[in-house]
Design a protein around this ligand. Sequence first.
Ligand code: ATP
Length: 290
Amino acid sequence: MDAALEAKGIEKIFKNRRALAGVDLVVPRGTCFGLIGVNGAGKTTFIKTMLGIVRPSAGSIRVLGGAPEDIDVRRRIGYLPERLALPPAWSATTYLTSIARLKRLPRPREEIDRLLVCVGLASARDVKTRAFSKGMKQRLGLAAALLGRPELLVLDEPTDGVDPLGRAEVRELLREEQARGTTVFLNSHLLSETERICDRIGILHAGAVLRDGPIEALAAQSTRWIVRFAEPIDVEGFTSNGDGNYHVEAEDPAALDEALARARGAGGLIVALRRDVPDLESILRGEVGG
Ligand code: ATP
């Protein structure tokens, strides 16, 4: 498997505080990976080790096949920090031009124009950032991260402060990035948002990855099914809380088929059937408790 990120036993101790306690994680290239966890789990610290900003106390990490400190690796990464400090007297264009210069982009003008449109800031291109809302700052930060078409996008809370319509735009943007082969690694507290954007998830807790993998695999362990019948029924094993949906537990397809046959035998006319898939919040709660 060609990995965008391979972390083995990453530990980070700040003075006497253990922020990372042995992170093992592989993120395949081309995926959109979401790192989730409660406050203080170590998400930002881990992101900073990926970028070579924080040096691990132990363990090894490879990003895009090289070391995070390697300048050739760094120039292939786009990063949106958690709290982006923007020079208040600069316009969006000035800011992006300075970032483009730092990244040594050959034709920054076209790229900046394209990105301002992509993130929905074309009409605010000459506005000073001191007049920007939180969501506008976030969009500008995203444009800066996207400059130079990076192979890996590392986004710390990308939709923080962005309104619902803006979030849909960010989702679309990240989908386009992924479609052209970019790996996306993000960290978010907005679990429903993460669920919609990401195809793989990792749960970080107390500085270690408890579980990671495709979202469907993490959610597929549910043995609960939701059935709708044309008319109300009364069959053993089927419970309803009055909303017209019935719940039934079935360990495997045979058990499900048997339960449905019982319902049919009692006159039940099935009109809909689906697995009761837990959302990310339930998965996280199940892993870390509380
Ligand atoms: P949040 O969701 O609140 O942003 P997080 O999962 O990103 O949290 P981190 O910011 O990585 O968590 O912090 C993990 C732990 O490491 C916390 O206990 C934090 O106080 C501690 N920590 C982080 N950076 C430092 C630092 N520079 N010096 C000392 N302790 C730190």
